[in-house]
Write a protein that binds this ligand. Structure first.
Ligand SMILES: [Zn+2]
Length: 253
C-alpha cells in the first residue's frame, strides 16, 4: 500500500516537471559518460533526475545563476550512481551549492600529536556529512566527458559512503554482498595504490580510503577498462555494489 502511494506521488511530481523527455535527452547527448545506456535505463535516469530536482534544493554561491542547464547537468550525473539503487540512497540531506568555479575551503586537521591545524585549500567539490554537496560549475561541465574525472560522481559517491556514518570507503552493502570481501579487496588495493600509481587513477585516491573509493567510482563509470586493468576484483565488487556494468555498456556501443 505504502509503495503504491509513493509511486502515485512520484508520478505526480514527474507529470508536473518543467522538463520534458526531449530536454533530458538533449542534455544527455552532451554527456559521453551516459553513452550506451539502454532505452529502459534512460527512462529510469530521467525519472530519477526529475525526482532528484524535486527533493534537493540547488542554489548558487557568489551570484552564480542556477539555470535549467545547471539543474539538468547536475541531476543526470548525480543520479547515474544510484540508477539501480534508488533515490533513497541520497536521503538525509537536501541541498546542493554551486560555485561558478573552484572555491577555497577552510580546512582543519589534527596531526598525530593532537595539534589542530587550520588552513585553506582549493576545491572543485565537497560533500558534508548530513549537509550539502558543494560543486564548482567549471568542473561539473568538464565532468560529463569520459576522461576518468567526474566531480559530481565523486562527491555523490561520498554521500553513499556517508549513509552509514563518516566517509571511510565502506558504504552499506547490497543484499547478498560480502562485507568482508569488500574490506579485503579495498584495503589491499589501497595499500598497493600507496606505492604503485595506476594509469587513469588520480593520485588523490591515495589520500585516504574514502577518497580512494570516490576516485575509483569516477573511473568505474567513465573509463572502466582502466579500472579492470588496475584492479579487476574491484571492478567486480563495484559492479555488484552499483548493480551496473559500465564496461559492457561502453563496449556494446
Ligand atoms: Zn573527495
Amino acid at each position: 500500500m505504502f509503495a503504491k502511494i509513493k509511486k502515485w506521488r512520484e508520478n505526480r511530481i514527474v507529470a508536473k516537471s518543467p522538463f520534458t523527455r526531449d530536454d533530458w535527452q538533449r542534455m544527455s547527448q552532451r554527456m559521453p559518460v551516459l553513452d550506451g545506456l539502454s532505452e529502459e535505463q534512460c527512462k529510469k535516469l530521467y525519472r530519477l533526475a526529475t525526482l532528484f530536482l524535486h527533493e534537493k534544493f540547488i542554489s548558487g554561491a557568489h551570484d552564480f545563476e542556477i539555470t535549467d542547464e545547471v539543474k539538468q547537468s547536475i541531476a543526470l550525473q548525480a543520479c547515474l550512481p544510484v540508477l539501480e539503487l534508488g533515490l533513497e540512497w541520497y536521503d538525509g540531506w537536501s541541498s546542493v551549492i554551486v560555485y561558478p568555479g573552484g572555491f577555497k575551503s577552510e580546512t582543519e586537521s589534527v596531526d598525530s600529536f593532537g595539534v589542530t591545524h587550520t588552513g585553506s585549500s582549493h576545491r572543485s567539490g565537497e560533500a558534508w556529512l548530513r549537509g550539502p554537496v558543494i560543486l564548482s560549475w567549471t568542473d561539473v561541465v568538464q565532468g560529463g566527458d569520459r576522461d576518468g574525472h567526474n566531480v559530481v560522481i565523486h562527491e555523490f559517491v561520498h554521500k553513499l559512503d556517508m549513509l552509514n556514518g563518516r566517509a571511510n570507503g565502506f558504504p552499506p552493502m547490497q543484499p547478498g554482498m560480502d562485507p568482508a570481501a569488500w574490506t579485503q579487496f579495498m584495503s589491499s588495493a589501497y595499500a598497493d595504490f600507496q606505492v604503485t600509481p595506476k594509469q587513469g587513477l588520480d593520485r588523490y585516491g591515495a589520500t585516504n580510503p574514502a577518497e580512494f573509493f570516490a576516485v575509483l567510482s569516477e573511473v568505474f563509470f567513465e573509463t572502466p577498462a582502466l579500472l579492470v586493468d588496475a584492479y579487476p576484483e574491484l571492478y567486480t565488487i563495484m559492479q555488484q555494489f552499483f548493480r551496473q556494468s559500465p564496461l559492457e555498456r561502453h563496449a556494446a556501443r
